[in-house]
Design a protein around this ligand. Structure first.
Ligand SMILES: NC(=O)c1ccc[n+]([C@@H]2O[C@H](COP(=O)([O-])OP(=O)(O)OC[C@H]3O[C@@H](n4cnc5c(N)ncnc54)[C@H](OP(=O)(O)O)[C@@H]3O)[C@@H](O)[C@H]2O)c1
Length: 253
């Protein structure tokens, strides 16, 4: 069960090698987290993450092969992960790819890859885990959305659209779970320096995986349904959201 301060003791991570997920798991292991299922495509890399978590104090860190785009297996996977943990206090949905915008907007398969990895696959996984969490009567889904989905920019509109869809889906799921004991926390980071953004010029207010993790932990403690990271993004996007389109289009990419 999540304890009185909102801290989970068990967690499933979809995209277990994500750097943001890694920072959050380390922060949570320093609190109450003891049992983790790490799901993803690269089992060797996942095993390294598992070893780090165990060295930090986790009692169980189980690696499971999982591709978020293969939605037919999601229900069975959610059941298997729940059985491995006994109780699932938190499901962290971290899988995602940035894609190469020039490729994504010209190659249909590349566009579909970004949308399936960032939106369709994670949405299907949330549906599968929501059913498990409803059955247990408690638990929290934490999903890594992005400010890129709050107002989609031409410069990365395929990724932005995938996150807009994911964010909207998570909002609707959250409402549909009201009263079930299950909640959804939507995380909207700005530019985070991880391998996903390696080699890119940092955007204003660029942050780190550790800072995003600290913002998420604070939100779990407060029970906040939405996390902007850094928090100032909330106010920046309150303005950017209503900027006339003629101005929005002219903002630097
Ligand atoms: N970095 C940023 O600036 C930023 C900002 C806002 C939101 N986010 C979001 O935060 C999340 C984590 O990003 P990050 O910065 O930590 O980047 P990251 O380290 O590259 O993590 C991405 C994760 O997604 C996994 N993944 C990709 N395709 C997958 C698939 N088909 N099936 C299962 N797992 C898959 C990767 O696993 P593999 O090892 O198999 O590739 C990796 O674990 C993403 O959803 C990202 O969109 C990032």
């Amino acid at each position: 069960m999540n304890d009185a301060t909102g801290m989970p003791q068990s967690a499933v991570v979809i995209g277990g090698t994500s750097e943001i997920a890694g920072a959050l798991l380390q922060a949570l292991v320093r609190r109450r987290l003891r049992r983790v299922v790490l799901a993803g495509r690269d089992e060797q890399a996942l095993a390294k993450v598992a070893a780090h978590l165990q060295a930090a104090g986790a009692e169980q860190a189980t690696v499971m092969a999982f591709d978020v785009t293969e939605v037919a297996g999601h229900a069975a996977f959610a059941g298997e992960a729940a059985r491995a943990l006994g109780q699932v206090d938190m499901v962290l949905v971290a899988a995602g790819i940035l894609g190469e915008q020039s490729e994504s907007e010209t190659d249909p398969e590349a566009a579909a890859r970004v949308l399936t990895t960032n939106q369709t696959g994670p949405a299907a996984a949330m549906v599968a885990f929501a059913a498990e969490l409803r059955r247990q009567g408690h638990g929290r889904i934490v999903v890594l959305s992005s400010v890129a989905g709050i107002r989609v920019r031409q410069a990365n509109f395929v990724y932005g659209a995938s996150k807009a869809g994911l964010d909207g889906f998570a909002q609707g799921l959250s409402d549909s779970l009201a009263g079930s004991g299950v909640s959804v926390t939507i995380v909207r980071p700005g530019f985070v320096r991880t391998r996903m953004t390696a080699g890119m010029d940092p955007a204003p207010l660029a942050t780190t995986a550790e800072a995003v993790a600290a913002d998420i932990v604070r939100a779990l403690e407060r029970g906040s349904p939405v996390v902007w990271s850094p928090p100032a993004m909330r106010w920046i996007f309150a303005v950017l959201r209503v900027l006339p389109r003629s101005l929005w289009r002219r903002l630097p990419g």
